[in-house]
Design a protein. Structure first.
Length: 410
C-alpha cells in the first residue's frame, strides 16, 4: 500500500480510496510515492491529522530545495511573484499576527448579520433561474453565482463594478480552465491591482463592509494590516470563499443525488439542515489529497513515527473524515442525522482553521434549504454517471451538474 502513487484513485465519486482505511489501521503515518517518483509522507488517521495541523515544526512552504516534486500542471517560474504571494502572512510570526487581527472581523456574528443578504441573493438567483425555464446547470447558474455576490457585499464593491471583479475572480479560480502558469500569474496580478485600488478608495471613505473593517482594525500593539497584507487577504478571500464554497455546494447536491434516500430525509425534515451541512462537508469533501501539504522543518514524531526534517508531508483531511473511530463503523455512508458529523475537519483544524467557516456554513444552509423548498422536484437532468468530475491539484467537483425542476408525473 505504501508504495502506491499518491494521491490515491477513487473508484467511484466520493468513495474512499481503499488505501485510506488500510493505512489508518496499519500505517497511519506512512511514506508514499508521488507521480514525480519522489517519496513523501501521508497522515491519514483523524487523531494524527489534528495533531499534525497544530504541529509548529510543519511549514506551509513546500517549494524548498530538495523537497518532493509536486506537479501543479504549470510550467513554474520560481522567480515569479506568484511564488511569494502571501508569504508575509503564511508563516509565524506574520501569520499569527495577521490571524489575530482578521479574526476580529470573521466572526459568527458577522455571518449572522450576513445571513439575510445571503438569503436574498439566493432567492434572486432562483428567480432568475425560474424565469429561464425548468432546466439549468447547478454549477454555473447557481453554485458559482451565490458566493461571488456574497464576496462583493463583503468587500463593498459597487454594483456597476461587479461584472469586472467577477470576471477577474473567475480567471483567478481557474473556472475558465486556463492551464499555463503565466495566465494564472496574470490573473493573480489583475486581482491584486484591483484589490489595491479598492483598498485605496476604502481608505478615503470607510464603509460598513468587511474590507473597511479590516482596514480599520488594529492589533494589540495598535499596528494595522499593511497594504500588502490587505491585498493578500482579499485574494485569499476569493480563493477560499469563492471557489471553495461553489465547489462544496456542487458536491453537496451531487452527494444528495447519489443518495436519494438522504435527499428525501432532508426534504421531509428541513430542520436538519445544520447537521446535514456538516455531514455533507464530511462525506462530499472537495480535497484531492494535495490541499494540505507541509514541509518538516525539524524531525517530528507523529503517531509514534519519526518524520525526518525536510520531508514533504500530506495531511489527509479526507481520510480523517472517514475515520471509523470517530464517525462510526458506517463512516463511508452519508447519514444526515449522524451525531458526530459536527466533528468533521473539512474546514481544517488548529491555527489554519478556515476563518470563513461560519460564513460558508450560512451560505450552504441557506442555499440548500431554499433550493429544495423552491424546487420540490429538483433532480439530475440525465444520468449521474455522465457527470464529469473535475480534479485539479486541489479540488474535486462536478464541472457541470445539469438539473431539472420539471414536475414529475404523479
Amino acid at each position: 500500500m505504501t508504495a502506491r502513487t499518491y494521491p490515491f484513485t477513487r473508484n467511484r465519486p466520493f468513495e474512499e480510496p481503499p488505501e485510506w482505511s488500510w493505512l489508518r489501521e496499519h500505517a497511519p503515518v506512512s511514506t508514499v510515492k508521488l507521480a514525480s517518483g519522489d517519496p513523501a509522507w501521508v497522515v491519514t488517521r483523524y487523531e494524527d491529522v489534528r495533531a499534525a495541523m497544530t504541529e509548529q515544526s510543519f511549514s506551509r512552504t513546500i517549494n524548498r530545495d530538495g523537497a518532493a516534486r509536486v506537479s501543479t500542471g504549470y510550467q513554474a517560474d520560481k522567480s515569479s511573484p506568484v511564488f511569494n504571494f502571501g508569504g508575509s502572512i503564511s508563516e509565524p510570526p506574520g501569520h499569527t499576527r495577521w490571524r489575530r487581527i482578521v479574526a476580529k472581523a470573521f466572526t459568527q456574528r458577522q455571518a449572522d448579520v450576513m445571513r439575510p443578504r445571503i438569503a436574498a441573493h439566493t432567492e434572486d438567483i432562483l428567480d432568475e433561474i425560474t424565469a429561464r425555464g425548468d432546466r439549468f446547470d447547478l454549477m454555473a447558474d447557481f453554485a458559482y453565482q451565490l458566493p461571488i455576490r456574497v464576496i462583493c457585499d463583503l468587500l463593498g464593491i459597487e454594483i456597476e463594478s461587479r461584472p469586472e471583479f467577477t470576471e477577474l475572480a473567475a480567471k483567478l479560480t481557474r473556472r475558465d480552465m486556463q492551464s499555463s502558469f503565466a495566465e494564472f500569474g496574470e490573473a493573480l496580478g489583475g486581482i491584486g491591482r484591483y484589490a489595491a485600488m479598492l483598498i485605496a478608495r476604502k481608505r478615503r471613505a470607510l464603509g460598513d463592509d468587511l474590507l473597511s473593517k479590516l482596514i480599520a482594525l488594529k492589533d494589540e500593539d495598535e499596528s494595522q494590516l499593511s497594504n500588502e497584507e490587505l491585498v493578500s487577504t482579499v485574494i485569499l478571500l476569493l480563493m477560499a470563499g469563492y471557489e471553495s464554497t461553489a465547489v462544496q455546494l456542487g458536491n453537496a447536491f451531487f452527494a444528495l443525488f447519489l443518495n436519494p434516500s438522504q435527499l428525501t430525509v432532508l426534504r421531509e425534515r428541513p430542520e436538519l439542515i445544520g447537521n446535514a451541512v456538516e455531514e455533507l462537508m464530511r462525506w462530499g469533501q472537495m480535497g484531492t489529497g494535495f490541499a494540505v501539504a507541509k514541509s518538516a522543518t525539524a524531525d517530528i514524531e507523529l503517531g509514534g513515527v519519526m518524520i525526518p526534517a525536510g520531508a514533504t508531508v500530506f495531511i489527509s483531511l479526507g481520510s480523517g473524515n472517514r475515520d471509523t473511530s470517530v464517525f462510526g463503523v458506517d463512516a463511508d455512508v452519508l447519514d444526515l442525522t449522524r451525531p458526530s458529523a459536527t466533528s468533521q475537519i473539512a474546514f481544517s483544524y488548529g491555527p489554519h482553521y478556515c476563518l470563513g467557516a461560519a460564513l460558508a456554513r450560512a451560505e450552504m444552509q441557506e442555499a440548500i434549504s431554499r433550493i429544495l423548498a423552491r424546487f420540490p422536484d429538483l433532480r439530475p437532468d440525465g444520468e449521474l454517471s455522465d457527470v464529469v468530475l473535475a480534479s485539479n491539484l486541489f479540488t474535486y467537483y462536478p464541472r457541470e451538474l445539469p438539473v431539472t425542476t420539471a414536475e414529475r408525473a404523479r
